[in-house]
Design a protein around this ligand. Structure first.
Ligand SMILES: Cc1cc2nc3c(=O)[nH]c(=O)nc-3n(C[C@H](O)[C@H](O)[C@H](O)COP(=O)(O)OP(=O)(O)OC[C@H]3O[C@@H](n4cnc5c(N)ncnc54)[C@H](O)[C@@H]3O)c2cc1C
Length: 518
């Protein structure tokens, strides 16, 4: 027997970043709100996503750095070991603390928001059911997140594979692991486990890892990960998977060769699928896209005018920050009809390996795609920047894509240990249409990694150690996915064209950009 419970101004489906952001706005609007959450409160990010993965990456990074790359003069007399179970326990405590502080206590403070646990499904445009209960709402925000995509590899359903959920809570550290997927999640898990002592093999379908990033970044990052000991195979076509005596076996065609890979664990990191399957969207007249994500406009409104959606459930970019912003916009537009729009141009993203990747705005290829913009780019190697030299952290680069005539910054792409913190200057530049000169004119702290994108008046000419500048694809034929990185080539750009010139401005960015654009 189904029961109807009181009508709410807003019903939010989900209990993660998007849902919480919507709930906080709804409470501030004084709306009678119901949150229906089928998972652990807080959703993916705090429980099985950003928080635990960044914790374990940091632990692995510290362990690996001290064991393998200590500063000269430091000696580990008695060796150095990682107690895996204790590492996981401390991660669990952190997750529990943050879940309580950032979600459970926040929810308790929202006086107009009720909370129900369970899986919700629409039964009509204004009603959802959870088990035997029915709930009626004027407006809705769908924020049901996403789940790991299982690749269609023959035999995979008979293998005890793991996803991000299990990989963050293994009882024992495996000796070996195969990771399917060479994008953000796959590489983060690969380096996390490699740093903790597991032998990791990454199989990536496309021709390079992190294929949406600048080719230089893919290439350098792959080189660094290999130096860490990770085996990486790109262009790998997965043919089959099976389990033999508990070991996981994957057969793939790599180039012209059929190869067999074996590991103690098989981790799937081949993308995420929006959680829409159980929502019965047609009964609410909400349409989904081909990738199963809910179709929304820039105001987060679905094809049903009173139903909004936010977060991973609408598809890419699938970031915590985007989910929270979308949830806020969805709730404000649903309840106050404010006409707020989501602008993705300046939404940054990161891959938290070491060195990490962080990007915002257009890549070189995107800026040149339609031939409308004449852009110029430069690539600055971190080994030219004082702070990375000082702390022996010179792996990486900064690439700036700018409009040739106006010098307006269109995109910033960083590979550096501190890239996720460095990117925000680029975010502001892209968001507010700043030029290279705006950045150059701004005084920054010396010495910092951020000098790779900023003004540094008095040190550049003294400390410059090598040349820069990989030109933009259209301007000089530049980078393509196929082209291999050749450091001597970047040096040649300088030597043949401008050897012996004195910089007009003692500044990394201006000098590098001039090298590229003149
Ligand atoms: C390993 C990993 C690392 C990540 N690292 C980062 C990072 O460093 N930075 C970053 O920005 N992003 C990161 N992300 C992405 C980020 O976690 C997500 O983009 C974000 O958590 C999405 O929030 P959401 O509210 O849309 O969904 P979720 O947080 O997934 O919340 C959705 C909730 O809805 C529940 N639900 C599902 N169906 C129903 C239903 N029918 N009824 C009711 N409830 C339902 C789910 O159980 C879940 O609890 C990471 C993701 C993973 C997997």
């Amino acid at each position: 027997m189904e029961r109807m419970i009181k009508r709410h101004d807003l019903i939010i489906l989900g209990g993660g970043a998007a849902a919480f952001s919507a709930a906080i706005r709804a409470d501030r609007n004084g709306a009678e709100t119901l949150m229906i959450d089928g998972g652990t409160i807080g959703g993916t990010c705090v429980n099985v996503g950003c928080v635990p993965s960044k914790r374990l990456l940091a632990v692995g990074d510290q362990f690996f750095r001290v064991a393998n790359r200590p500063f000269p003069g430091l000696h580990l007399e008695d060796g150095w070991s990682a107690e895996f179970r204790a590492v996981i326990r401390s991660k669990d405590r952190l997750v529990a603390d943050l879940r309580k502080a950032k979600y459970a206590e926040v929810l308790a403070s929202l006086k107009d928001v009720d909370y129900v646990r369970g899986q919700a499904a629409f039964v009509s445009p204004h009603e959802v059911k959870v088990g035997a209960e029915r709930y009626e709402g004027d407006k809705f925000v769908i924020g049901t997140g996403s789940s790991p995509t299982i690749p269609p590899v023959p035999g995979i359903d008979k293998v005890d594979y793991i996803t991000n959920v299990e990989a963050l809570s293994l009882k024992d550290r495996p000796d070996s692991m195969i990771v399917l997927g060479g994008r953000a999640l796959g590489l983060e898990f690969a380096q996390m486990y490699q740093h903790l002592g597991t032998q990791v093999t990454v199989l990536q379908r496309s021709g390079r890892i992190v294929p949406e990033e600048e080719p230089e970044i893919s290439q350098y990052l792959q080189q660094y990960l290999k130096e860490d000991g990770i085996e990486i195979h790109t262009g790998a076509e997965l043919l089959s998977a099976e389990q033999r005596n508990g070991r996981k076996v994957v057969v793939a065609r790599v180039g012209a060769r059929k190869r067999t890979f074996e590991g103690d664990e098989l981790l799937l990191a081949t993308g995420r699928t929006p959680n829409t399957a159980g929502l019965n969207l047609p009964s609410a007249r909400v349409e989904a896209k081909e990738d199963h994500g809910v179709k929304v406009d820039s105001e987060m409104r679905t094809t049903a005018p009173h139903i909004f959606a936010a977060g991973d459930v609408i598809g890419k970019p699938m970031l915590e920050t985007a989910a929270a912003k979308e949830g806020y916009i969805a709730a404000e537009n649903a309840l106050a009809d404010r006409g707020l729009k989501m602008d993705y141009r300046a939404v940054p993203h990161a891959v938290f390996t070491n060195p990490a990747v962080a990007s915002v705005g257009a890549t070189d290829a995107q800026a040149n795609a339609d031939g409308q913009i004449r852009c110029e780019c430069n690539t600055i190697l971190l080994k030219q920047v004082p702070k990375p030299i000082i702390v022996e952290d010179t792996r990486g680069l900064v690439k700036i894509v700018a409009e040739a005539k106006s010098h307006k910054i269109l995109g910033v792409h960083i590979l550096a240990s501190l890239a996720p913190d460095m990117i925000h200057e680029g975010v502001l530049a892209v968001k507010h249409g700043l030029t290279l000169e705006d950045i150059i004119d701004t005084v920054h702290v010396f010495p910092t990694h951020s000098e790779a994108t900023s003004s540094r008046p008095s040190h550049s000419s003294r400390m410059r150690t090598s040349s820069v500048a990989a030109p933009c694809s259209r301007a000089r034929g530049g980078w393509s996915a196929e082209r291999k990185l050749d450091l001597s080539e970047t040096t040649r750009t300088r030597h043949t064209g401008r050897a012996g010139r004195q910089p007009k401005s003692a500044n990394w960015v201006s000098e590098a950009f001039r090298t590229c654009s003149e």
